[in-house]
Design a protein around this ligand. Sequence first.
Ligand code: PXG
Length: 466
Amino acid sequence: MPAITNHLPTSELQALDAAHHMHPFTAGGELAAKGARIITRAKGVYLHDSEGHEILDAMAGLWCVNIGYGRSELADVAARQMKELPYYNTFFQTTHVPAIALAQKISELAPGDLNHVFFAGSGSEANDTNIRMVRTYWAIKGKPAKTIIISRKNAYHGSSVGSGSLGGMTPMHEQGGLPIPDIHHINQPNWWSEGGDMSPEAFGLARARELEDTILAHGEDRIAAFIAEPIQGAGGVIIPPSTYWPEIQRICDKYEILLIADEVICGFGRTGNWFGSETLGITPHIMTIAKGLSSGYQPIGGSIVCDEVAQVIGSGEFNHGYTYSGHPVASAVALENIRILEEENVLDHVRKVAMPALHEMWHGLADHPLVGETTITGMMGSLALTPHKDSRARFAMDAGTAGFMCRERCFANNLVMRHVYDRMVISPPLVISTDEIALLGQRARTALDECYAQLKDGDMLKPAAQ
Ligand code: PXG
């Protein structure tokens, strides 16, 4: 049975792609001129492209392929489920075994009283669910004015109108009339870029207290929830100072504010525990999940909801849901993914083998002249490119220019690292071996060397005015 595969020369596929395929978060014209790289297959931590390159994927796809590529067990489960029950909805008082089993399993893994799952097809959809769920919760409790959701600048919560509004990405808000009303954004806990002369600890507290200031400015009776990623992922792997989350938790507890932890990246082992909330010491009312839930093998997301919120929402009809909520094939694949994570002790591998090696390798890059700081928690890390280490300077040229150049050097060396402006980020499959981590480190250093040489040659190592 043929897969849809590399049946045409690369240039023809690129021309067809340019003619008919609109890419997410991409300048279409620019890509059409250059030609997209065509990924044909993948195994373990390696991607293969149509030109015969074997590329080490230090991003696990898009922060999601936690168990690595090519696990045929998931394909077998999908085929079996498709033959038995390819689709049925869960709207009109029906259910099916895959959705039941997955909801039960997620409830078992999730901490505390997070015992209920509302399924979605993606993280964006799940966060849209969350907006409607927290506002509906307060309305049912007789507080319909509690509609404001506080989020953070440079947060990423998805790309739909609702979740894009929750996110704090300025370029996204500039297109399509975002944000929707009653979403407010406080500053992010990014000490390296924004901490100035403060210690990380003092800065973490100051940034957390912006939450309290915002609650007080609008009045507690207007605030529904605060949403945040335990560690910002798409924002550049911003690991908050140690003082930040305890203070956020104190503030949410003090005022009647629901806390939503967006675990789309941090969940399912990425930080060394099942959920980032456990690593960062957070007790949320709702968690958003997607990505690592199925290791990206099927599109599936959801909201894990605590007993109290689920009970209130369940007291009436919640007029919300997606055709593919709890999709049987996606649910069965997610269950199989979790089985592999559990039975192969992937979290043990992360904690005892991969994390120590990855942290040592990553921090080893800190001596590079182009690297300002290296930071890493669990299996997600970032480094800041800088023209001047001591002053934590930004580049005088447009933000992202150096990052893009570095990413191109990575690709040229058969390594996928993503850049977020001038930060390079990694989030490799959790199953990565120590040899593969060493190779990642070698390729990253070569890419940094080449990028540094290019910047030097182009006289581009100038710091911005402080
Ligand atoms: N929350 C978080 C924390 C995410 O990282 C979403 C929600 C939305 O999930 P869906 O499944 O709707 O994409 C995400 C997604 C990047 C990048 O370039 C990151 C994401 C998506 C696309 C690109 O880092 N994260």
